[in-house]
Design a protein around this ligand. Sequence first.
Ligand code: SF4
Ligand code: SF4
Length: 186
Amino acid sequence: MPKYAMVIDQRRCVACMACVVACKKENDVPLGDFRTRVVEKTEGTFPQLRMELRSELCNHCDNPPCVYNCPTGASYKNKDNGMVLLKKYRCVGCKSCVAACPYDARYINEEKGFADKCTFCEHRVKEGKEPACVATCIGKSRIFGDLEDPKSAVSIALRENHSEVLLASAGTKPRVFYIKKYGKPE
Ligand code: SF4
Ligand code: SF4
């Protein structure tokens, strides 16, 4: 079974937002909603300041509170590929998953009345393609692949670099890993 994951190499992001646009187009994301974003993060205190660009999206957590808090079974973890997905026909739009996600990764598609979020472009992955954001990333900052394959780009990137996940203390076990611009924190 593949274990899909994404690595964000923050050293390579140039904040061109091509990923954000590609995602919206690929997934017909409504105006004002986003499945992924690129945010500026400032660390330190003046004058010792530094800035990092950070792509954010659903972490496809291995311990996903959005799934545990969904009362209808609409949100689920796909056992075949590890992606956290949605059975739209089961969603009642109650927003429990939106509230439970500590990453602000979900929104309600007001046009269609169900919760929505990044799917790792499962429809493309099934066809052997990369997620749209990865395919369009001009800096090669976004890397996608199978953690079970030691030769995959994600496995190599994680082996060769220090990486972190967001909100590790939340216990959600994210599958999106970050290689920080300034390396391992001291
Ligand atoms: Fe669920 Fe949020 Fe984790 Fe995505 S990031 S799997 S929406 S808890
Ligand atoms: Fe489940 Fe839909 Fe409610 Fe989210 S909004 S908890 S997916 S029923």
